[in-house]
Design a binder for this molecule. Structure first.
Ligand code: SAM
Length: 228
């Protein structure tokens, strides 16, 4: 197992953009109910720094989809520090999509697009299906459900990065049949520690090794109600 080394210096280097992002998030928070974390240091570490944990797993110029991006995590912090990426932020909540679009415009993130829709519907569209080098998701669903929502978007040979808490063993154990059915394989589990005693997290890296059959995701909420 390898510890992911998150560099707070990376945030320091892009401090102007992260400060603007923080200010905008706080201004809009009352309108859109975006995050319960509001202290500046907490937001910088628990949201911004945490989001960057995936950076080293994203190839140069990769196309990246953030499923259930919410207030932009992890997609926006990654797009700020990695201008080479093409980042798509997907969310099913119209208000959050409006926030994301304003944020992308305000930060002048020309490589970022907002996709407003449900993952289970977008995953069946040709434009999105098996088109991304990397798919990311943080705080959206337990791993077995998430695999069905996210793996259909990943190209063969690409990766799905699932941002999780410290304890992931049970979720991984519960995911074995979903992985087999959907064409995924766990490539590694990378634990990391947030700065300032803000706790431990894990990044689960899943490789896409074979095509996902077209019947997945099943839709009608089955991904969550009846995980594979
Ligand atoms: N990823 C962000 C983060 O780490 O702070 C947001 C997490 S928030 C708890 C979950 C987000 O996922 C919400 O914005 C919700 O609208 C979105 N979401 C949940 N299920 C979804 C689905 N099936 N398709 C698209 N968006 C979804």
């Amino acid at each position: 197992m390898k510890f992911v080394d998150i560099k707070s210096e990376v945030i320091e280097k892009h401090k102007k953009e992260f400060d603007e992002y923080y200010d905008f998030l706080m201004t809009e928070n009352s309108k859109y109910n975006l995050t319960g974390i509001t202290e500046k240091e907490d937001v910088f570490i628990k949201h911004f720094e945490d989001s960057l944990a995936g950076a080293e797993f994203l190839p140069q110029c990769a196309s990246v989809l953030d499923v259930g991006s919410g207030a932009g995590f992890p997609g926006i912090p990654l797009a700020i520090v990695r201008r080479d990426l093409s980042v798509f932020l997907l969310d099913g909540n119209g208000k959050k999509c409006r926030f994301l679009s304003s944020c992308v415009e305000m930060l002048n993130l020309s490589g970022v697009k907002v996709v407003c829709g449900r993952a289970e519907e977008a995953a069946s569209e040709d434009f999105h299906r098996e088109r991304y080098d990397a798919v990311l998701s943080r705080a959206v669903a337990p791993l077995p459900s998430l695999l069905e929502l996210c793996l259909p978007f990943v190209k063969i040979g690409g990766v799905f990065l699932s941002y999780k808490g410290k304890c992931v063993r049970e979720e991984i154990e519960a995911s074995s049949s979903a992985l087999t059915l959907l064409g995924g394989k766990i490539a590694g589990v990378h634990p990391y520690v947030l700065d300032g005693g803000f706790g431990e997290r894990s990044l689960v890296v899943i490789e896409k090794i074979s095509p996902t059959p077209s019947k997945y995701p099943r839709g009608r909420g089955l991904e969550r109600k009846k995980p594979l």
